[in-house]
Design a protein around this ligand. Structure first.
Ligand code: FES
Length: 107
């Protein structure tokens, strides 16, 4: 049985104008690499996802069970997402997609 604490979904949809054209597949690979480098594979599960209708601000990254959606995510954002959000429980506000998600504003 594989049990993890956080599920990271990276959009890699390949239709024209979708997240693949904006670096989604490279972002997925970099996220997996960073999680592995930190030895967090058993805590953080990184998978790709299809379109979630947010490609106008993609690449999209979604964190569950938190229901937090990030927009315009770059490879440079990955360490902060891991350290602040996934390990520290603090949303990275500057890339938070406020149009969608289950997130609650944190103090
Ligand atoms: S293609 Fe990524 S959200 Fe639509």
């Amino acid at each position: 049985m594989f049990s993890f604490k956080k599920h990271v979904l990276v959009c890699t949809s390949e239709k024209p104008g979708h997240c693949a054209e904006k670096g989604g597949p490279e972002l997925l690979a970099a996220f997996r690499e960073e999680v592995a480098k930190r030895g967090l594979q058993n805590e953080i599960y990184v998978t790709k996802t299809g379109c979630t209708s947010q490609h106008h601000c993609g690449p999209t990254v979604i964190i569950y069970p938190d229901g937090v959606w990030y927009k315009l995510v770059t490879k440079e954002d990955i360490p902060e997402i891991i350290e602040s959000h996934l390990l520290g429980g603090k949303i990275v506000e500057r890339i938070l997609n406020r149009e969608i998600g289950l997130f609650r504003k944190q103090a």
